[in-house]
Design a protein around this ligand. Structure first.
Ligand code: 7TS
Length: 425
């Protein structure tokens, strides 16, 4: 948390961006929209990313040429649809570090993946007095399921605090993660502070105490190369819609032995092997966790998003975002008195930049920016406990992705300066 007293325009160097944003912008038809008479400056990708033409076309292509239900039909179309759906699973497995595709479960999103774990693994493994460790910077998706599970099981919920700079405070970590810890559930990248957490180090620590680890990768996977095997985590959850893919699709990666030992989450078609009126056996993973007809078209189209990201290169995407985040924080810091949350160093964070400006309500900031065609998010960002710790009712948040460049940041800064005039700050 910093209040900037430095008001020297022109001190920020231009960003050395790694991606050709002019070309990339052309791949996203929505960026041609006019919003309130202005070009759309989309700075809300932490909520959901925009979709390139290849993804939009993949959805159309599925319904035009491949539509059938999967894993059950014997006819050609059903085989085509099944093959396309399973192909995405293989692509996801490769994308997150060459895991076994059977360890990739399709869900509706990160939220559903975490709920799956809480209900299935949590029900079977958490007992009275066990400890579940989370952090103070969790999104409600990785918080509410654990609060409820802990209450139900009379387990103890512990949390890793944050420092004033928005990092995890690990000074007392040995008192927080102990032999009583059954689960460490932490975000890989904060959607409010942008902080990138030391998931590999904390996983090692948790494993030494016999705990399992879930990382919430909803904000990390879209923005950096993620190798779940290198991180060592047992489970990793994320959403397609924040990484250029369609809504309604998510992934829960889990280690085979753990998944095999877990009871199913949803019951119905597809997740069974044999059903009698008095006994039922479960299907193999991943099908055991994919009851009913999934979002086939959108899973299939998710593959186009993965290809698009891979062609740009995840390392290049990360470098682009570090450079643009550095530029954005530098330019925001030129506005005297504007308060930025989270780490100041771009290398230690992602491009979700939360800020407040004097007592202008973040909703008013967002509404004013919208009149200029600039889309940001304002509110508690589904992290109410974190907001209380920061002493804020809400923040404004600009969040960056591959199609953003310096011109977008400059438009934001100009609009914020206009806003101050408007509100008399
Ligand atoms: N975890 C994190 C860290 C997130 O940022 C989000 C969504 C989720 C989980 C849940 O993802 P979902 O796809 O299941 O909804 N975050 C945000 C956000 O910051 N603004 O809108 C959604």
């Amino acid at each position: 948390m910093q209040t900037n007293t430095n008001n020297r325009p022109g001190t920020v160097q231009t960003a050395r961006l790694r991606l050709d944003t002019n070309r990339i912008k052309g791949d996203f038809p929505i960026l041609e929209e006019k919003i309130n008479g202005h070009r759309l400056v989309y700075l809300d990708s932490a909520a959901t990313s925009q979709k390139p033409t290849v993804v939009i076309n993949a959805i159309l292509d599925f319904y035009r040429h491949k539509n059938a239900n999967i894993h059950r039909g014997i006819h050609s179309l059903a085989e085509k649809a099944t093959a396309a759906y399973e192909h995405t699973r293989q692509r996801v497995a490769h994308f997150i570090g060459d895991v076994d595709p059977e360890e990739v479960i399709f869900t509706r999103g990160a939220t559903e993946g975490i709920n799956l774990l809480a209900f299935s693994w949590g029900e079977a493994n958490i007992e009275e007095g066990d400890e579940i460790v989370i952090t103070e910077m969790e999104h409600h998706a990785n918080l509410v399921p654990w609060v409820i599970l802990a209450q139900k099981k009379k387990a103890i919920l512990k949390r890793i605090p944050i420092t004033l700079c928005g990092h995890l405070d690990l000074s007392n970590i040995d008192e927080i993660i102990t032999p009583k810890t059954k689960l460490l559930a932490l975000t890989h990248m904060s959607n409010v502070l942008g902080t990138v957490n030391p998931v590999a180090e904390l996983t090692e620590l948790a494993h030494r105490q016999g705990a399992i680890v879930l990382a919430d990768g909803a904000q990390a996977v879209p923005h950096m190369a993620v190798d779940v095997k290198a991180l060592g985590v047992d489970f990793y959850a994320f959403s397609s819609h924040k990484m250029l893919g369609p809504t309604g699709v998510g992934v829960l990666y889990g280690k085979r032995a753990l998944l095999e030992a877990m009871p199913p989450f949803n019951m119905g078609g597809e997740m069974i092997r044999e059903v009698h009126f008095d006994r039922i056996t479960w299907n193999e993973i991943p099908h055991k966790f994919e009851a009913g007809t999934p979002d086939i078209a959108n899973v299939v189209a998710f593959e186009a998003a993965l290809t698009y990201l891979e062609e740009l290169g995840m390392d290049k995407i990360r470098e682009h975002e570090i450079a643009l985040t550095k530029y954005a924080i530098g330019r925001l810091s030129e506005i005297d008195g504007l308060e930025i949350q989270g780490p100041q160093e771009a290398e230690l964070r992602g491009g979700a930049i939360s800020f407040t400006d004097h007592d202008i309500h973040p909703h008013d900031i967002s509404t004013f920016l919208d009149t200029k065609g600039i889309a940001i998010r304002a509110g508690h960002h589904c992290a109410q406990p974190l907001m209380r710790i920061l002493g804020k009712i809400a923040t404004a948040r600009a969040s960056l992705y591959i199609y953003n460049d310096e011109a977008d940041i400059d438009a934001l800064i100009d609009a914020l300066i206009d806003m101050r005039r408007y509100f008399g700050v």
